[in-house]
Each structure stands twice: as structure tokens, then as C-alpha cells.
Write a protein that binds this ligand. Structure first.
Ligand SMILES: *[C@@H]1O[C@H](CO)[C@@H](O)[C@H](O)[C@H]1NC(C)=O
Ligand SMILES: *[C@@H]1O[C@H](CO)[C@@H](O)[C@H](O)[C@H]1NC(C)=O
Ligand SMILES: *[C@@H]1O[C@H](CO)[C@@H](O)[C@H](O)[C@H]1NC(C)=O
Ligand SMILES: *[C@@H]1O[C@H](CO)[C@@H](O)[C@H](O)[C@H]1NC(C)=O
Ligand SMILES: *[C@@H]1O[C@H](CO)[C@@H](O)[C@H](O)[C@H]1NC(C)=O
Ligand SMILES: *[C@@H]1O[C@H](CO)[C@@H](O)[C@H](O)[C@H]1NC(C)=O
Length: 485
């Protein structure tokens, strides 16, 4: 138990480094130095008292004002020495800067939400740890003499995990720092707004460079944060109860903004009708759908909808078909060489589930088994247009004893079974071509899982559980080395 926990500890402390960097370095990067700003504004017009600017090159000046013969107000104005054009360019530049900072604020909000979600997981763990500690203390008091030896072994284990408690506390503090940073960025937005009004109160070139630099680093940081290692699966939410014991359902991770169409395939063979629901809401509340007839029936439940096309295994073959919903035509069809089919290498539940297609942050994958790899799982990255194999990895995990599998950030996660108590217990990283045994339990609410796939857009697992369509959230931990910051 202590080993995975301590690994998380390492991750948490790198998270601490990021948030420290955010709260301390970032504000100075963008010149969030109130001393400097106040000093810089010192030489400029004070609106409330109407004092003229001390620096004539920088702003307009009203020389005199009078009434002409027709009673109109006449002002003589001296334009600033810099040309109008360059001034307009600056205004534009500032507007863009402002927009960028506003965009950043949105990014921070996303980061904040994720941190909050991860934090809930960490807090739960903390409660468990503390509970464990209390229990041990009670055991210690009650059985001081009789099971002393046994107790000593447990206590050693407890001592191993105790250092994690301060790490957890640190993580909580980090979440606070993210919040603080969020506030600082908001403050910066208002400072920039003021600057826009004042004009010329700052070295624009420098500010622009700083924000660009910040933006670049923040984006790189977010990108790294977007991927990580699976550390938890939430309780399931049942979206709908419909269909037979076996099937698959999904949304397209590349669908355009606002397109939440749900795709639904009941059964694992002898069916070729794909249901399209207009939205997740429609799917939940109605049976209003459009049917698409595929040119061939499918095998198994390994279909995936990706960028407007469905990819499926043609019944009784190792052919993969890409069918474009927009044109209702097959846009590509190709054999997946050596892949077992027709229940040669199904998942534990059977159902012609030999070839499982899936999508993660990195694109399209096929998971199957071959005679060459002795019936163990083979992972292939596919080109989504040509269906050609880009690269393959051979694992040592027998396909037939896997419950289901899904891909997150280039790592294949395999579950131990389809019925009863289920957990994710094997992980193969295509990044490092290595595997490890893990232990992430999740609830198998209706006792028969025939499909389990990750959607990188929702960061959720879609499952077909005995005629119920359910969703799970996942918690990913993001490992970032300090030299990358
Ligand atoms: C803020 O700006 C002032 C004036 O330019 C400078 O003396 C001071 O060192 C700056 N503080 C920080 C924290 O950068
Ligand atoms: C801010 O975000 C919007 C929408 O994502 C984008 O269109 C715009 O170009 C961004 N602005 C800047 C300055 O990056
Ligand atoms: C695997 O490598 C890719 C590309 O190098 C990277 O984007 C991804 O975050 C890595 N995944 C993990 C889990 O480290
Ligand atoms: C059913 O869905 C279609 C689009 O898929 C929509 O045009 C229609 O209004 C819906 N009907 C009802 C009763 O919701
Ligand atoms: C998605 O499809 C569109 C055309 O329909 C194409 O331009 C785009 O490159 C595709 N995206 C990916 C990631 O394949
Ligand atoms: C996943 O998390 C989001 C945001 O916190 C929440 O709205 C959603 O209900 C969660 N879904 C599940 C299946 O727990």
C-alpha cells in the first residue's frame, strides 16, 4: 500500500512547485509590481484634479477654451508628438494584451476546477489515512500486550505512510495558492484596463513581451497538466437504462463546440443500426433518435465515433471500417493484420469482442491479440484516415483474461473482469513500453460490463453495464519535473 501512495507524494510535491511558481514568479513576470505601477503613473494626468500631464509628448493637451461668435465652445488642442497611427497601434496592442490576460484567466479557471477535483480525491485519502491512524492507536491501547508482535508490523507500515500527511496538507495549501493566483490575474486584468485608459503609462513593448512569454509558459504548463496517470475513478452516474445486456455508446471527442450528439449501438453482432441522439439531454430524457444503417453488421462493442466517423470491426472478420456519418459512405476499410477475430481473442465476457477501437488524447488506437503474441494484448496506433498501423506494442497480458481496456494519455488500462468487484489492475505505457500492476477499484453497479472507454474531451469513462449506460469521472495526476518549468 505504501508504494503507490508515496509515488503520489512525489507528484503532489511537483504540483506544489507549479503552484509556487504560479503565485510567486508569474505576477512579477507580467509586472504585477504595484510599486512600479504607482511610480510609473506618477507622471501622468490625475483625472480627479484635472492636472495637465507633465510629459507633453505623451498626451493631448488642452491649451485654451473659449466661446466663438456663435456661442460654440472652441478648444485649441496640441496633439502629442507621436503620430496618431502609432498611438492607435498601441491601443490595439493593449486591447490584445487585455484579451490575452482574460483568456489566461479562463485557463486558470479550468486549472482551478481540475485542482479542486483532484483535491477532493486527496482529501478523501487523507480521511482514510487519519482513520487508519486512529484505529491503530486504539488497537495499541486495547491489545498492548497480547498481539504486540503483529501490531509492531502494522505500525511499521503506518510509519511508512505517515510522512504523506504533511504532503497532503501541502497540497491543500497549493490549491489555495491557485485560487490566490486566479485573483491576482483578475487584478492584473483591471490594472490593464486602467492602463488602457491612461495610455502610455507603461513600456508596451516590454509588457507585450512579458505577457507573450507568460502565455507561452502557461500554455505549456496547461498542456502538461492535461495528461497524466490514472489514480482514481469516481462513483458511476447512470445516464439511461435501455437496450440489451451488451452494447456500446459514446460521444465524439472531436465534435465541434455545442455538438453533444450521443451514438448508441445495441448488441455485439447481427446489428448494423447506429442510433444518433441529438444531445446528451435528449438521450437522457427521450427516445427520439435518428437511425444510421451501416453497410455491414459489426462485431463486439469496440466501436468508436471520432471526428464525424464511426470506426468498427466488420462482423466475422479482422476488417476495420471507417464510415462517415456526414456522407453515409465507407471512407476507408482495411484489414488489421494478424488480429484474432470471431471469439479467438475476446475479452473475458466473450461477445466477439476481439478488436477494441478507442481514442485518447493522442488519437486512434486498436487493441486486440495475435497468435504471434500468444494471445496477449497488442496495442496499435492507427492513422485515422488510412487505417494503417503507425506503431505497435506487444504486451504480456492475455486478452481473454482482461475484463475491458481503455486508453488514457497513451497508457492502456486493463480491468480484471466484467462481473462482480472490478478494478483496473494492469497499465501499459506506450510512452515507455513498460507495464505495471496497479489497483484502482471502481463500482460495477449492474454487474456486467461489456464496454468501457475513455473520452478525452469529457475526461470520463463511458460504460455499458447490463443495459445501463453509465459514466465515471477519472482523476489523473500530472507528473511535471521541475526543470520543465
Ligand atoms: C517593484 O518595482 C520597484 C521599482 O521599479 C523595484 O524597486 C522593486 O524591486 C520591484 N519589486 C519587485 C518585487 O519586483
Ligand atoms: C482569446 O480567446 C479567443 C477564443 O478562444 C480567441 O479567439 C482569441 O484569439 C484569444 N485572444 C488572444 C489575444 O489570444
Ligand atoms: C506520453 O508522451 C506524449 C508525447 O510525448 C505526451 O503528450 C504524454 O503526456 C505522455 N503521457 C504520459 C502519461 O506521460
Ligand atoms: C427529435 O429530434 C430531431 C432531431 O434529431 C428534432 O428535429 C425533433 O424536434 C425532435 N423531436 C422531439 C419530439 O423532440
Ligand atoms: C477532422 O475532420 C476534418 C474534416 O472533416 C479535418 O479537416 C480534420 O483534420 C480532422 N481532424 C483530425 C484530428 O483528424
Ligand atoms: C464529473 O465531474 C463533473 C464536474 O465536476 C460533474 O459535473 C459530473 O457530474 C461528474 N460526472 C460523474 C460521472 O461523476
Amino acid at each position: 500500500m505504501s508504494v503507490p501512495l508515496l509515488k503520489i507524494g512525489v507528484v503532489l510535491s511537483t504540483m506544489a512547485m507549479i503552484t509556487n511558481w504560479m503565485s510567486q514568479t508569474l505576477p512579477s513576470l507580467v509586472g504585477l509590481n504595484t510599486t512600479k505601477l504607482t511610480a510609473a503613473q506618477g507622471g501622468y494626468p490625475d483625472r480627479s484634479t484635472g492636472v495637465l500631464p507633465a510629459n507633453p509628448e505623451e498626451s493631448w493637451q488642452v491649451y485654451s477654451s473659449a466661446q466663438d461668435s456663435e456661442g460654440r465652445c472652441v478648444c485649441t488642442v496640441v496633439a502629442p508628438q507621436q503620430s496618431m497611427c502609432s498611438r492607435d497601434a498601441r491601443t490595439k496592442q493593449l486591447r490584445q494584451l487585455l484579451e490575452k490576460v482574460q483568456n489566461m484567466t479562463q485557463s486558470i479557471q479550468v486549472l482551478d476546477q481540475r485542482t479542486q477535483r483532484d483535491l477532493q480525491y486527496v482529501e478523501k485519502m487523507e480521511v482514510q489515512l487519519r482513520g487508519l491512524e486512529t484505529k491503530f492507536r486504539q488497537v495499541e491501547e486495547n491489545h498492548k500486550q497480547n498481539i504486540a508482535k503483529q501490531y509492531k508490523a502494522i505500525k511499521t507500515k503506518m510509519d511508512e505512510i505517515r510522512p504523506l500527511i504533511p504532503v497532503l496538507e501541502e497540497y491543500k495549501a497549493d490549491a489555495k495558492l491557485v485560487l490566490q493566483f486566479k485573483e491576482e490575474v483578475q487584478e492584473l486584468t483591471s490594472v490593464l484596463s486602467e492602463l488602457q485608459e491612461e495610455m502610455g503609462a507603461y513600456d508596451y513593448e516590454e509588457l507585450h513581451n512579458r505577457v507573450s512569454n507568460l502565455e507561452e509558459r502557461l500554455r505549456a504548463c496547461m498542456q502538461k497538466l492535461a495528461c497524466g496517470k490514472l489514480t482514481g475513478i469516481s462513483d458511476p452516474i447512470t445516464i439511461k437504462t435501455s437496450g440489451s445486456r451488451f452494447g456500446s455508446w459514446m460521444t465524439d471527442p472531436l465534435a465541434p463546440e455545442g455538438d453533444t450528439r450521443v451514438w448508441y449501438m445495441d448488441g455485439y453482432h447481427n446489428n448494423r443500426f447506429v442510433r444518433e441522439y441529438r444531445s446528451m439531454q435528449d438521450f437522457m430524457t427521450s427516445d427520439n433518435f435518428t437511425s444510421h444503417r451501416l453497410p455491414h453488421p459489426w462485431s463486439g462493442t469496440g466501436q468508436v465515433v471520432y471526428n464525424g466517423s464511426i470506426y468498427f470491426n466488420k462482423f466475422q472478420s479482422h476488417v476495420i471500417i471507417k464510415f462517415d456519418f456526414r456522407t453515409s459512405t465507407i471512407s476507408k476499410s482495411r484489414q488489421l493484420d494478424y488480429a484474432g477475430f470471431n471469439n479467438a481473442y475476446h475479452y473475458a465476457w466473450g461477445g466477439h469482442s476481439d478488436i477494441d477501437l478507442m481514442v485518447d488524447e493522442g488519437g486512434l488506437w486498436a487493441v486486440y491479440a495475435t497468435n504471434q503474441n500468444a494471445g496477449n494484448i497488442v496495442i496499435s496506433k492507427l492513422n485515422p484516415n488510412t487505417l494503417q498501423i503507425v506503431k505497435s506494442w506487444t504486451t504480456n497480458h492475455p486478452k481473454r483474461s482482461a475484463g475491458e481496456s481503455f486508453m488514457i494519455c497513451g497508457t492502456l488500462y486493463v480491468t480484471n473482469g466484467y462481473s462482480g468487484g472490478t478494478k483496473v489492475y494492469y497499465a501499459y505505457s506506450t510512452n515507455s513500453s513498460t507495464y505495471e500492476y496497479i489497483d484502482i477499484a471502481f463500482q460495477n453497479k449492474y454487474s456486467h460490463i461489456s464496454m468501457l472507454d475513455y473520452n478525452p474531451r469529457d475526461r470520463a469513462l463511458y460504460a455499458w453495464n447490463n443495459g445501463h449506460q453509465v459514466l465515471y469521472n477519472v482523476t489523473l495526476f500530472h507528473v511535471i519535473r521541475s526543470e520543465e518549468l
